[in-house]
Design a protein around this ligand. Structure first.
Ligand SMILES: C[S@@+](CC[C@H](N)C(=O)[O-])C[C@H]1O[C@@H](n2cnc3c(N)ncnc32)[C@H](O)[C@@H]1O
Length: 219
C-alpha cells in the first residue's frame, strides 16, 4: 500500500515537472490577482537575506533577481531547464550557480546561510513534506535561516478530485491539461506542523498569501 502510494506520488511529481516545463514561456500570464501581495512583498523586503543563499524551485527568476543583489553567493535549483534558461537570461550567466535537479532526489553539496523558496512549498506532496524539510535542514549552516512565500489559492474548476484532495488540474493557454499538487496550507497549522518537525518558524498571511521565516529549534 505504502509502495503504491509512493509510486502514485512519483507519477504526480513527474507530471508536475512536465507542467512547469511546458508552461515556462507563458508562466507570467498565470499569476494570481488577489489581495495580500503587498504584504507578502513587504515581508520579503523585511527579511534580512544575506551570506550564501540557496533558492529552491527558482522558476523564471523573479525572486532570483532580487536575491542575487542581496547575497554573497547564490545557488538556484529547479527541475525545468526551460525555467532555468529564463532565469539565467534574466540575471546573467556569471552571478548565479544554476542546478537542474528534481528536489525530491537532490541533495545539497554544501551548506548555506539562507534557504529561500517562493511558491514552492504548496507543490510539495503531503507525503514528501517531512523529507523536504529534512533537505532544507541539511542545506542550512548552523544558525542559518529559512524564508518562504506562497499561496493557498485554488479555483473550483481545478479541484478535479474535490476540495479535500491536494491534486489539481492546471491548463496551458492552449488547453493542455496537467495534474499538479497544490496543498492549501494555513499559516497556524503550518507553523504547528513545522514545530512538530523541530522548526521554529513564524508563519503569517494576508489573503491567500502566506510567508514563513525561522530556523531549526536549538537545543
Ligand atoms: C510555482 S513555480 C515557482 C517559481 C518561482 N519560485 C516563483 O515564485 O516564481 C514552481 C517551480 O517549481 C519547479 N519544480 C516543479 N517540480 C519540481 C521538482 N520536483 N524539483 C525542482 N523544481 C521543481 C518548476 O519548474 C517551477 O519553476
Amino acid at each position: 500500500m505504502a509502495y503504491r502510494r509512493a509510486m502514485a506520488t512519483d507519477a504526480l511529481i513527474a507530471e508536475q515537472i512536465d507542467y512547469y516545463r511546458s508552461i515556462a514561456p507563458e508562466y507570467e500570464e498565470h499569476g494570481i490577482d488577489a489581495p495580500g501581495q503587498a504584504e507578502l512583498h513587504a515581508a520579503f523586503d523585511g527579511f534580512a537575506i544575506g551570506g550564501d543563499v540557496l533558492e529552491l524551485a527558482c522558476g523564471p527568476g523573479a525572486w532570483t533577481e532580487q536575491l542575487v543583489a542581496r547575497s554573497a553567493s547564490l545557488t538556484a535549483v529547479d527541475a525545468s531547464p526551460e525555467m532555468i534558461a529564463r532565469a539565467r537570461a534574466r540575471v546573467g550567466e556569471a552571478s548565479v550557480r544554476f542546478v537542474e535537479a528534481d528536489l525530491f532526489a537532490w541533495r545539497p553539496d554544501r551548506r548555506y546561510d539562507t534557504v529561500f523558496f517562493g511558491f514552492w512549498l504548496s507543490h510539495v506532496p503531503d507525503d514528501r513534506f517531512d523529507a523536504f524539510w529534512s533537505l532544507v535542514g541539511e542545506a542550512l549552516e548552523p544558525g542559518g535561516r529559512v524564508f518562504f512565500v506562497d499561496d493557498s489559492y485554488r479555483t473550483a474548476a481545478e479541484l478535479i478530485e474535490g476540495a479535500e484532495s491536494s491534486v489539481v488540474e492546471r491548463r496551458l493557454n492552449d488547453g493542455t491539461a496537467f495534474r499538479a499538487i497544490k496543498v492549501p496550507h494555513r499559516p497556524g497549522e503550518l507553523e504547528q506542523r513545522l514545530r512538530s518537525l523541530g522548526w521554529e518558524i513564524r508563519v503569517a498571511g494576508a489573503g491567500p498569501f502566506y510567508w514563513g521565516s525561522g530556523s531549526p529549534r536549538s537545543g
